[in-house]
Design a protein around this ligand. Structure first.
Ligand code: PHE
Length: 447
């Protein structure tokens, strides 16, 4: 099969920043802290770190290598490498996942926009009141309004084809985000009573360990590192051949994890300082409940609130654009849609599914799927069910079709490949069995 020349990232740094730009998003700032709070704090962090640096590492290396060597996104890569028909479905699964994530991602993106608006208009103190968040998600109009606004913003960028601007935005945004996060963390951990939260988040308590910790940490790892959703194949395919895959993987991994830990340190100590630790189980609303209290009690709280939510919004937009773009390009490449048609179809599905998630907290709040609201259900379906299967497909592709040696050769063309043993061990013996166990447990756990 002939290969079309592919546009590439402008520089090595370009790749790292774009990959980090898509990796760092709501997953780190919104999702990680609430899961860590819910699933035992330190023990969740520990399990997450172990998974990210062994399993996550292996998956990032594999996906970006497959993308780089085939210069294709997942559907194309599975086909090009000669996967049998049944396994090619795995390529499609990888490609379809973003289509199910981006709608509910946009609902949360809408929450961020709304909080930015609140701080811009100087109503930050109302956001720190008890029930402010529940009242907000309880209002169908508000939910739909902000969700649609965020979805439109994403699709304007996609339609406008200005996604190349994303690399530029990431370059400026990331350093400021890190700086601001450190300022907020510093303030948050020094509040009276916050130290209990710091301990809860950093010191593992093995009594809190359960299979749920592992299921949650694994799902979070996929989500946050953008694994098993086709994204890294696509990024790999844009990668110049001389890039050291191992080094870039390490940088992305460390950066992404660092941001998640900073977010944990912003949010969790605040839960203890302001609520005596009662809200640990708050779930998806945690950040929106905890941070306004922090901002409200600090000097320049309004400015900090504005800058913070603006940065989170940018991080969310870069991620949602990456997600939507991957759907659009699959439709273009594999189903030969025109770009306009592909973007229109994506937008329609995004609006329909996202609307369900947005209404799941109000008009449709009686609808519970396995005891979950609609947004949480989509989150569960993608992270805990579909992504493990998609990752199994990638592992099978490596083990059965491409063979590990081939992948290693490709990696070693440009990397020293220091963690080669870890890589081999994980992909050969651990990954598939572990994924199956997790998958079965998480499905059974849902009933
Ligand atoms: N990893 C991103 C986050 O943490 C989510 C994402 C997935 C973004 C895939 C882009 C592509 O929010």
């Amino acid at each position: 099969m002939e290969k079309k020349p592919r546009s590439k990232f402008s520089s090595k740094l370009g790749f790292v920043l774009a990959a980090a730009g898509s990796a760092v998003g709501l997953g780190n700032i919104w999702r990680f802290p609430y899961l860590a709070a819910k699933y035992g704090g330190g023990i969740f962090l520990l399990v997450y770190l172990i998974l990210a640096f062994t399993f996550g590492y292996t998956m990032i290396m594999t996906e970006s290598t497959l993308g780089r060597s085939t210069e294709k996104s997942p559907v194309g890569a599975f086909k090009y490498l000669g996967a049998p028909k049944w396994l090619r479905a795995g390529g499609w699964l990888n490609a379809i996942i973003p289509l199910l994530i981006v709608p509910y991602y946009s609902v949360i993106g809408g929450w961020v926009m709304r909080y930015l608006f609140i701080y811009l208009t100087g109503q930050g103190n109302t956001a720190s009141k008890a029930d402010a968040f529940n009242n907000f998600i309880g209002s169908a109009q508000q939910q739909v309004f902000w969700f649609v606004l965020f979805a439109i913003l994403t699709m304007i960028i996609i339609f406008g084809g200005v996604k190349n601007g994303i690399e530029a935005v990431s370059k400026i945004m990331m350093p400021i985000l890190v700086f601001l996060a450190i300022v907020i963390v510093f303030y948050s951990v020094t509040r009276p009573g916050a130290i209990e939260g710091v301990k809860y988040f950093l010191i593992p308590n093995f009594k809190q360990f359960s299979y749920k910790t592992v299921v949650a940490a694994l799902g979070q790892m996929f989500y946050s590192l953008s694994i098993a959703m086709g994204i890294l194949y696509t990024f790999g395919s844009y990668m110049e051949k001389d890039i050291d895959i191992e080094k870039t993987t390490k940088q992305v991994e460390i950066f992404d994890t660092a941001i998640a830990i900073l977010a944990g340190l912003m949010v969790i100590p605040a839960v203890f300082a302001f609520d005596g630790g009662k809200n640990l189980n708050a779930g998806p609303g945690l950040m929106f409940v905890a941070l306004p209290k922090v901002f409200n009690s600090m000097g320049f709280g309004r400015v900090i609130g504005i800058v913070f939510f603006l940065l989170v919004l940018l991080a969310a937009v870069t991620s949602s654009v990456a997600l939507a773009e991957s759907v659009v390009s699959t439709l273009e490449d594999e189903l030969h849609f025109t770009r306009k048609r592909a973007a229109t179809v994506t937008t329609t599905i995004m609006l329909l599914l996202g609307m369900l998630s947005a209404l799941g907290f109000n008009v449709l709040s009686a609808v519970k799927i396995f005891d979950m609201d609609i947004l949480s259900f989509f989150d569960f379906l993608t992270n805990s069910v579909m992504m493990p299967i998609a990752a199994i497909a990638t592992c099978l592709l490596v083990l059965k079709v491409v063979k590990i040696d081939k992948i290693e050769e490709e990696i070693m063309e440009t990397s020293e490949f220091r963690r080669r043993r870890v890589y081999r061990f994980v992909i050969k013996y651990v990954a598939i069995i572990f994924l199956i166990v997790i998958l079965v447990t998480s499905i059974l756990g849902a009933f």
